[in-house]
Design a protein around this ligand. Structure first.
Ligand SMILES: [Zn+2]
Length: 772
């Protein structure tokens, strides 16, 4: 009898024990603790600064705290606010439940309360799995949460459970997790929270929508004060600290959702593959802010030019890493397509493509001293009987132009002549090798006009191609994701010889060489060597400025995504000022200062070049009769005959024009008296005692309506055998003096002019020029 009862008792006891064991160690719903996809993807700059925090799958912004690194103040505040017996209970707190039931019965409704932190974690985990069913607050749900709470206590440490709570709890304004909330409301991470701030945050999860700090800070404050008092009562805060916390004025910092370099971040995120939780990019957040600020500061000028979109990038030449990337100038400008990434939208580059034509020509034997014909020309096209006659932007022809000046001054006709020599299919192959992916059609489709930039390119690809010049010819495909210690040039493909890269860099950084077309003092001039090129597409739809130093390559495009033409904007006024400011900022940022004046923009100075005096007109080695000589980096292995254009006859020095230039020379009335006859006096040195170095005889200058008047000057420069000052006359009027080899700036005036230099002994030399 007794044994029977005893067995029954033992049986029920075993049942109860089994029940408790089952409650504790029974299974958890599948995937309950699976956090893949829960955490946001954070995209940072190269130094770890957050550029963007992608919303997690649940649509909230989350940053997880680790269980072994929970801020103690926050832990104390949370336990005081939610569950002060947390450290001692086993997942449920019968005392709290009984108190809550009593309270709820008196209020005749079943509300929250009595839940331990572990139960709330269970509830948050279940809600995470099935957001739609989380509304059910019936007894069955409560029991289920309690069972899961018991099982969580069996599997996890108290700190792990607390970490789950802090990472899953809602803190209002779509913020999940206390770390995100701390950054949003106070502008710093949870580790730096003061007791007052910790109590403030701990107060929020109970009623995350009702306690909205932005809408009703006083309501939150009431509960925060309660939490501080509880902390003091529980001994986790001294009386003094509590008094201090109660008195602390909380300044809510509305940190705008971080989204720097949005176009760049989007490109990184859309790159595919499984998203890492933290993506460290190559971007430099400080430089990016500089770039965005520079564009903002130019907004009024851009508006005047009718330009609503700007794309700008900065590339680190050494590592091949993107440092700054702005796609539209204003991401939030929805009226003008602000979310479009102009960096990768193909547009016509205009003259900005020309350096690549010249680079290939240099690879194939031409040099900066090659004389090119800027004369009316006709080239066969793919269509039989149709001839192509390129024109310069100003409709003028400048006769013989050395390759240096033709490239620097952006003359069209010589560029087409070069493209004709090297062949369009050959040029297209080179452009593709340079990483330009938009040239996907045949040579016949593009024709010779391709060298003038009438086919479209992407800014990022053009900038990458230019950076090969800075690297001494090595092409490197740029990267967006940081990999420390990367050596970009190791194993890189050589796109061209270091000599070609050096020549192009030297020409594009030659302020004098481009001055005949662009004047001096414009946006392309710097207190250090910068190789730069502008471009303007047909009908003024696109305006580019691209350039590089050894350290960085900067590219700027200005235009409209809807292809509305610009108003009165050229490379010098549209993209130019933005380019100028970004180049200064980028150079300072990357090198910690500005480069030396004598530093060439190209990394490698090749040994196969030699500085020699050449004839400014023919480009051949200077002869004794050449009136204007310039120094040029010539190919060391090519020594041609001296200038055959300048010859001495009974009437003085005259030009023997090659046939392709004769009709042009005739049209310019240069055939009869090319250079002012100068009697050779016996007893003087056979070389001219005074030589006008600038302007070269027969030069044509254009007044650029987009440049300020004070920049429209011509530097007059001469060399003389005797010491003393050079006196300058223009059309018989004395305009000033200069030291030998120094320049006198003469303001350009339209018309034909005779410029005369006279030394102290009365020797003189002339140059006839035309200013339009
Ligand atoms: Zn000559």
């Amino acid at each position: 009898m007794i044994g029977h009862r005893r067995a029954a008792w033992l049986g029920s006891a075993a049942c109860a024990a089994a029940m408790i064991v089952w409650l504790r160690i029974g299974p958890l719903p599948a995937g309950l603790l699976d956090f893949s996809g829960a955490e946001s993807t954070i995209v940072t700059d190269r130094a770890g600064e957050v550029l963007y925090e992608a919303r997690s799958d649940g649509g909230s912004r989350t940053v997880l705290l680790r269980a072994d690194a929970l801020p103690p103040t926050l832990v104390a505040a949370t336990i005081a606010a939610e569950d002060h017996r947390f450290w001692s209970h086993h997942g449920i707190d019968p005392l709290a439940i009984m108190r809550a039931v009593g309270r709820n019965t008196r209020r005749r409704r079943f509300s929250e309360g009595g839940s331990t932190i572990t139960q709330q974690v269970a509830k948050l985990l279940l809600a995470r799995g099935a957001p739609s069913s989380s509304g059910g607050r019936g007894v069955a749900t409560k029991v289920r949460e309690a069972v899961i709470a018991l099982r969580l206590e069996h599997r996890l440490t108290k700190r792990e459970i607390l970490a789950l709570y802090l990472n899953l709890a809602p803190y209002g304004n779509q913020l999940v997790g206390v770390e995100s909330a701390s950054r949003e409301y106070f502008g710093h991470g949870a580790a730096l929270l003061t007791p007052a701030q910790a109590a403030f945050l701990a107060a929020l999860p109970q009623r995350p929508t009702r306690f909205n700090p932005y809408r009703d800070p006083e309501r939150v404050r009431g509960r925060q004060q309660y939490v501080i008092e509880r902390m003091a009562a529980l001994g986790s805060l001294s009386i003094d600290a509590a008094r201090e916390a109660l008195a602390e004025r909380l300044a809510l910092k509305r940190e705008p959702a971080v989204f720097l370099a949005p176009h760049f971040v989007q490109r990184v995120l859309s790159a595919g593959g499984r998203r890492a939780q933290r993506i460290t990019t190559t971007l430099d957040a400080d430089l990016q802010r500089d770039v965005e600020g520079i564009i903002r500061s130019q907004r009024a000028a851009l508006d005047r030019a009718g330009a609503h979109n700007v794309a700008a990038v900065v590339l680190d030449n050494t590592t091949g890493e993107w440092l700054a990337w702005e796609g539209s100038g204003e991401y939030s400008d929805t009226v003008h397509g602000g979310t479009i990434d102009g960096v990768v939208v193909p547009r016509q580059p205009g003259s900005a493509l020309k350096p690549l034509t010249y680079a290939l020509a240099f690879e194939e034997g031409e040099t900066p001293a090659t004389v090119l014909p800027d004369v009316p020309s006709y080239f066969p096209t793919a269509q039989p009987g149709i001839l192509y006659s390129p024109r310069n932007y100003d409709g003028q022809f400048r006769g013989p132009l050395l390759a240096r000046r033709a490239l620097a001054g952006s003359a069209n006709v010589p560029a087409v002549a070069l493209a004709s020599r090297i062949g369009v299919p050959n040029l297209l192959r080179f452009l593709r090798q340079a990483g330009l992916t938009t040239f996907d059609k045949t040579g016949a489709y593009y024709g010779l006009g391709v060298t003038l930039g009438d086919a479209e390119v992407r800014l990022d690809e053009l900038v990458a191609a230019y950076s090969a010049f800075a690297r001494g010819g090595a092409f490197v495909a740029p990267v967006m994701i940081r990999a420390p210690g990367r050596e970009a040039t190791r194993g890189a493909d050589m796109l061209m010889s270091s000599r070609t890269a050096f020549w192009i860099s030297d020409i594009l950084s030659d302020d004098d060489a481009r001055s005949f077309a662009f004047g001096r003092g414009g946006s392309l001039e710097f207190p250090f060597a910068v190789a730069a090129k502008t471009g303007t597409s047909q009908a003024y739809r696109d305006n580019w400025a691209i350039g590089f130093t050894r350290a960085v390559t900067v590219g700027v495009w200005v235009g409209n995504f809807d292809r509305t033409p610009l108003v009165n904007s050229s490379g010098v006024t549209g993209a130019g000022p933005i380019f100028h400011a970004i180049m200064l900022a980028a150079e300072r940022r990357v090198t910690g200062g500005l480069p030396q004046l004598d530093e060439t923009p190209s990394l490698a100075r090749p040994d196969r070049v030699e500085r020699r005096a050449i004839c400014a007109l023919s480009g051949m080695p200077a002869g004794r009769w050449c009136p204007a000589q310039i120094d040029e980096w010539t190919a060391a292995d090519a020594r041609g005959p001296a200038c055959s254009w300048h010859v001495h006859t009974a009437t003085g020095v005259t030009v023997r024009w090659p046939s392709e230039f004769r009709s042009w020379a005739q049209s310019q009335r240069l055939l009869a008296r090319d250079v002012a006859p100068r009697p050779v006096k016996p007893g003087l040195a056979s070389d001219a005692p005074v030589v006008v170095l600038n302007p070269p005889p027969g030069a044509i200058y254009l007044i650029d309506p987009t440049l300020r008047q004070e920049f429209q000057t011509l530097p007059l420069r001469a060399s003389a055998d005797v010491r003393g000052r050079i006196e300058w006359h223009v059309d018989g009027h004395r305009v000033g003096t200069s030291d030998a080899d120094a320049a006198l700036e003469w303001p350009l005036e339209p018309g034909r002019h005779l410029v005369r230099a006279r030394d102290a002994h009365g020797h003189q030399a002339d140059a006839a020029i035309l200013v339009k």
